[in-house]
Design a protein around this ligand. Sequence first.
Ligand SMILES: [Mg+2]
Length: 372
Amino acid sequence: MKISGIELIHVLPRYTILKLSTDEGIVGYGEAVLEGKSRTVEMAVKEYEKFLIGQDPRRIEHLWQAIYRQNFYRGGPILTSALSGLDQALWDILGKSLNVPVYQLLGGAVRERVRMYKHVQGETPEALAESAKKAVAEGFTMVKTTLAGKAHILETPAFVAREVERVEALRAAIGNGVDFGVDFHGRVSPALAIRLAKEMERFSPAFIEEPCLPENIDVLVTVARATTIPVATGERLFTKWGFRELLEKQAAFVLQPDLAHCGGITEGKKIAAMAECYYAAIAPHNPLGPVNLAASLQLDACAPNFLAQEFVQLGEGYLKRPFVVKDGYIELPTAPGLGIELDEEALADKIYPGDFTNMRWFHDDDGSVADR
Ligand SMILES: [Mg+2]
């Protein structure tokens, strides 16, 4: 079997579907995108085309090594996102060629269904509580929210009180039998993160996510040691090398590799195995499209240290058979490969040029740049 073509389709709101064709008629899908840089990743994929055409798509590890190492310049968000989309498509092809789901090729399922967590939102405590109650009524056993807005490098007691009141309302709304995470989104400084975490501890969040940015792991260690709340991070880390220091320094307990950015299913499986050595969990990041969700579910099925899966959509309007969440879980996919079929007709009116741009935040008082 030989790779015969690569096509990328940008679809709204900000997804990019990669189609890898073969001379035997099998087509593999992957999600090759970096939010806000869709066209840059598209170009990176296109630059591998000359090498990939004619290669045997079943030699996944070999092609991964060639794509990653023969750049000379390795890693980073753009190149690794391009590699991730290709890797997902290669696994899809291999599964389809053998007529088995991808997780069967990665050691087989270690669970019967996959726990999903839902985003809940609301700027005020009341709105957040309402959103959370709805999710619990739908059957979710875990939810996640983000901080309400921008944060200065240090903040007032009023800011801290507002965020803590939201978390208090969230816990009251869901009760003690449901988990919640709080995504700090790398918006706050380590000093402020420690203060927020201290106040939030009494409501027992399952984790705080990106309490500060992961560019300086030692700082993250300082935050992690200052709180009993498990720290989660990983959506902005790439490949096994990106997660190595995080694990060695025990800076986080919940690892959140994004299979569209971290190096694909191949690398996600290795990161999960590295995390096992530290008794750490994985909760794959995915605010992206149905193909990345499908890829993530394959890893979730076979990773023993899996906690819960993030999602924002289930494939309605993209897939012929969208995923179904029942009582907060998705049943293991049984179709070959990634187990999905695109609904080309429904996709047609979502095709766009890939010019999605991330929102920019500036502080209201002095106009300086705020992290979001
Ligand atoms: Mg996040």
